[in-house]
Each structure stands twice: as C-alpha cells, then as structure tokens.
Design a protein around this ligand. Structure first.
Ligand SMILES: Nc1ncnc2c1ncn2[C@@H]1O[C@H](COP(=O)(O)OP(=O)(O)OP(=O)(O)O)[C@@H](O)[C@H]1O
Length: 281
C-alpha cells in the first residue's frame, strides 16, 4: 500500500493554503486532515475536502480506496484516528449516529438495509420518527400531540414514496419489493429524516441502464429540493453525469479533486483506474 506513514507530520503552511476546500466559508461539511486506521491498515490518510451547500458531490476511487470508511466517519460509525469533521461549522467527531442523523446527515448503505417484514410505508415512517418530539409517555397514553405527529409522519412518508416513484407499493411488505424499488425505498427512508445532507453509498449497484438513468434524475430532483447530495458510485458515467465536483481516493489518500471534466483528465486518476473500464458497474 502506498499510504503515507501515519507518523509523518501533518501538512502545514503552503500545503494548507493549497487545500482550498478546508478554508471554504460556504462549506456545509468539512473533512479536515482525517486519518483513520484499522490496526495496521490506513483506510484514510490525511484526507481533506469540503462540500458546499446545494451541490451533488462525488466520492470515487478503486475498491478499497476508503470511500465507505469516509462515509462511516461522517455518520458516526467510526471515529477518526486524527483530524476533524465539521458539519455546518460544528464538530461531529464523537457524536452518536442518531445525533448526527438528527443534526441533518442521512445515509443509505452499500447493501440494502430495510426492515423486510414491515411495509414500505412503515419503513419510511421509521425515518420520520427520528424527528418526532413527543415523549414515550405521550405515545403510551396516545395523547393528541402523538396522534398529530403520527398522522403528519404518515402523510409525509406517503409523499416521499410518491417522490421516489413507489407510492403504489406503500402497503406491501418491503421484502416483496423488487431490488430497484427497495433501493428507492431506502432513499425515501433517509429523506424522511429531513436531511440537509444525503449520503448515498453506491445507489446504482446492480441497476440496469434504464434504472441508472431514473436514479440520476431522482438524485437531481433531490438536490432541487435543497438537499446536498454526497454520492459514492463506481459507475463513472453516472458520476460524471450528475456531480458538480468530485474527490478521488486511492489507497486512503486523496489523489484528485475538481469538476468531472478536470478529474477525468487528471493523469493520477487515469493511472488509478487503468485497466478499469470507465463504465464499469
Ligand atoms: N472495519 C474494518 N476493519 C479493518 N479494515 C477495514 C474495515 N473497514 C474497512 N477496512 C479496510 O479499509 C480500507 C478501505 O476500505 P473501504 O471499505 O472504506 O473502501 P471502499 O473505497 O469503500 O471500497 P469498495 O469500493 O470496495 O467498497 C480497505 O483496505 C479495507 O479492507
């Protein structure tokens, strides 16, 4: 692995000035010199980048580059070994997953993770529940506020199923939905938490070209509602077609950052992907 040794000093002075992203005053999320080790494996090695509000941002790189680890660090699954992660200017390192969700970051997973015996609607309502304000007591005694929240959560969940295109499956148990519908359901559930930032981990995995085109359109519609989108995706055509900016990781290090056109023409990126077809799924 060509990772930089962990004990090498963090970049200072000129290096940091070059690192425009971290100094970006419009940043929604800042990953600031993050290193994350698993025993001897350096999954992230001094990685810095920032996302601006309202953009669709791609995180790409060959297998094992550290993309999912980066998502996990942003969503409270892993704590970075060093470095900072700030969301809307506040550190989120050390926060619990549900605190981060409540704070406005939602995610989907590489593998579908739904409640298989619950209906599509119930799966989305679980997401909406994350924002309910009523207490357990109020729910137990079925106080009016609880009913009100339950009703509005249901309506909002139905709207979200409509938004992702599977409203007609609302009453079906999720294990009976097609694979493509389950992936859309996951997105609806994540949106039910009212995120400011939605992180999608390989949402097009296993999709055919028509499903990929629909997903691309859905991602754009999500962004158009004001949600910032962070996308991990192996399908280069999809990434290049939908993102505003991209960061490329290789062996845990950032090797490139820029617009899709800049990244596509970057020699380091071409080398990293050498031998990998550009439309590889
Ligand atoms: N929980 C863990 N324990 C030990 N090593 C891990 C763990 N999670 C990830 N790694 C290692 O960290 C490195 C980065 O893995 P990660 O899953 O983040 O890469 P990725 O870019 O998401 O890859 P892929 O595209 O294959 O999903 C790999 O070497 C991986 O084996």
């Amino acid at each position: 692995m060509n990772a930089r040794p962990i004990d090498e000093p963090a970049p200072t002075g000129a290096d940091q000035i070059l690192d425009q992203g971290v100094r970006d005053p419009d940043a929604l999320l800042e990953v600031d010199h993050v290193t994350l080790r698993f025993g001897g494996v350096v999954a992230l090695n001094d990685v810095s980048f920032s996302l601006r509000k309202g953009e669709i941002f791609g995180l790409i790189g060959p297998n094992g580059a550290g993309k999912t680890t980066c998502f996990n660090a942003m969503t409270g699954v892993y704590r970075p070994t060093s470095g900072a992660i700030r969301f809307q200017g506040q550190s989120i390192v050390g926060k619990k997953k549900h605190e981060i969700t409540r704070g406005g970051i939602a995610r989907t997973f590489q593998n579908v993770r739904l409640f298989p015996e619950m209906t599509a609607l119930e799966n989305v309502m679980v997401g909406a529940d994350a924002h309910h304000k009523t207490s357990v007591i109020s729910a137990l005694f079925r106080l009016p506020r609880h009913w009100q929240e339950e009703r509005s959560g249901r309506e909002r969940s139905l709207e979200l199923l409509e938004f992702v295109g599977i409203r007609r499956r609302a009453g079906d148990v999720s294990r009976n939905l097609s694979y493509g519908e389950q992936r859309r359901l996951e997105i609806a559930r994540a949106l039910a938490t009212n995120p400011t930032l939605l992180c999608l981990d390989e949402p097009a995995a296993g999709f055919n070209p028509a499903e990929k085109a629909e997903l691309l359109e859905l991602i754009r519609r999500i962004r158009d509602t004001g949600v910032t989108v962070l996308l991990i995706e192996h399908d280069m055509r999809l990434v290049m077609g939908v993102t505003d900016r991209i960061v490329v990781l290789e062996f845990g290090k950032k090797i490139a950052e820029g617009t899709p056109a800049e990244v596509r023409d970057n020699p380091a990126v071409i080398a990293a992907y050498l031998g990998v077809p550009t439309d590889a799924a």
